[in-house]
Design a protein around this ligand. Structure first.
Ligand code: AMP
Length: 281
């Protein structure tokens, strides 16, 4: 695996592959990699000739007071894992490389109004615009044919699919399934913020989603009651629910009773961590 830090090196390497007719796959990350990230690399390897990954903790998607400074930065370990997983190129830029003009004023931003203010966008109003902005920028640098994002961040996946559709960007954005710990907790870099006791409580998030999903699959269409029950279960387990919401899978709009293709999404705080999870119905 080759590791590059500069934009020029990245562009030169990918351009040579493209000239040779190779299909470029891309998996952006913020590092501190776990099996969830690596499953996306493997998936991408099956869809492209070359897999490019990036490790970049994007300041634009953190609000003041969030964990930008303390976010785990583990580039050496990440690089070893990516090499083992068969990634061909790791791009690891600094914030100065990506936003060289930031001192002179805020960078150009992408907004996805149809999706950015819902669900996670309520408590993190600048988050999805920060993500869309950096992914658009990284797409411009890598120019991939295909990019893979985890369904763990389901709303993010839809935001990015909407962005490429709206802007007619020549890249296919595909989702990869959620990878979980044996007790059901979705893997996340932020799980490392949990104390041992909190780690024992954390699977309640997935459990409450499973219970709610079972109720819906069993024919209960009273989504408001199901959501309230799930929030109560989270509270009883010691989590602080942000939201639990039944949505249409395709566009995250509020579904009519009995609509097919739903997605149940939730977020909750536990200690210093904000955990998210979702499940297809
Ligand atoms: P992050 O480093 O948290 O920005 O995540 C980078 C990519 O990995 C995103 O597309 C995430 O959705 C994806 N990802 C994170 N955790 C998981 C997981 N447990 N299962 C599948 N994909 C994941």
């Amino acid at each position: 695996m080759q590791t590059v830090h500069s934009i020029d090196e990245l562009r030169a390497t990918v351009a040579a592959w493209r000239r040779a007719g190779q299909r470029i796959g891309f998996v952006p990350t913020m590092g501190n990699l776990h099996a969830g990230h690596l499953s996306l690399m493997t998936q991408c390897g099956g869809l492209a000739d070359k897999v490019v990954s990036s490790v970049f903790v994007n300041p634009l998607q953190f609000a003041p007071g969030e964990d930008y400074d303390s976010y785990p930065r583990t580039l050496d370990a990440d690089s070893a894992l990516l090499a083992e997983t068969g990634v061909q190129l790791l791009f690891a830029p600094t914030a100065g490389d990506i936003y060289p003009q930031r001192e002179q004023g805020e960078p150009t931003r992408i907004h996805v109004p149809a999706l950015e203010s819902e669900l996670c966008g309520v408590s993190r109003p600048t988050f999805f615009s920060g993500v869309a902005t950096v992914v658009n920028l990284l797409f411009n640098l890598v120019q991939p044919d295909i990019a893979v994002f985890g369904e763990k961040d389901y709303q993010q996946l839809l935001v990015l699919q909407r962005m490429v559709a709206d802007l007619h960007m020549p890249v296919q954005v595909v989702g990869g399934p959620i990878v979980r710990e044996p007790d059901g907790l979705a893997m996340s870099s932020r799980n490392g913020y949990l104390s041992e006791a909190e780690r024992q409580q954390a699977p309640a998030l997935h459990q409450s989603l499973q219970q709610a999903a079972a109720a819906i699959r069993g024919g209960n269409h009273d989504y408001a009651a199901i959501e309230a029950q799930a929030r109560q279960r989270l509270q009883d387990a010691g989590l602080r629910p942000d939201y639990v919401s039944v949505r249409r899978a395709a566009d995250l709009q509020i579904p009519a009773a009995g609509e097919p293709q739903l997605r149940l999404l939730a977020a909750a705080w536990l200690g210093k961590a904000r955990l998210i999870d979702n499940i297809a119905i």
